[in-house]
Design a protein around this ligand. Structure first.
Ligand code: AMP
Length: 145
């Protein structure tokens, strides 16, 4: 049985094209492939406690991410805008939420296969794997040094 509803998590880096390519390669005939990019709110990046109004910066962050996502998606004629999701939050939570909401059977994510100190800092792929509502495929990317 091949996968019919696939969600690809992308961080909008060039290496994510390999992740999308793998998802498309294993997608069954007529399968729906969706992309999701999660914007991490600035307050979260700064530890949740910032004594200033970040709303304007966040709006700019969102617009920049939208433009980057549009440019990324332009390279895939089979992917329509309504199948490319941009959300705010924590990648693990948002990817799981979207996968459940869209009844996806597979989440595809890139993995750097980190080791040493980088491993201690954690990886998004590992984070997404835990508690996922469906299968997860981690596509091996070039290891970090
Ligand atoms: P990382 O562990 O941060 O190097 O990311 C590994 C993979 O997690 C990427 O190749 C993406 O598939 C996914 N990922 C990382 N950050 C995000 C994000 N903000 N939104 C969606 N997916 C992400």
């Amino acid at each position: 049985m091949s996968y019919q509803r696939i969600l690809v998590a992308i961080d909008l880096t060039e290496e994510c094209h390999a992740v999308v390519a793998r998802a498309q390669a294993i997608a069954g005939e007529g399968a729906i492939v969706r992309l999701i990019h999660v914007i991490e709110p600035m307050a979260m990046a700064f530890g949740g406690d910032v004594p200033m109004d970040l709303s304007l910066l966040q709006q700019q962050q969102f617009e920049q991410a939208r433009a980057r996502l549009d440019r990324f998606v332009d390279q895939y004629p089979s992917l329509t805008t309504e199948r490319c999701h941009l959300t705010y939050g924590q990648p693990r939570q948002e990817v799981h939420r979207m996968a459940a909401e869209q009844d996806c059977e597979l989440i595809v994510v890139g993995s750097h296969g980190r080791h040493g100190l980088a491993l201690l800092l954690g990886s998004t792929a590992n984070d997404i794997l835990h508690g996922a509502p469906c299968d997860v495929l981690a596509v091996r990317l070039k290891p970090d040094n």
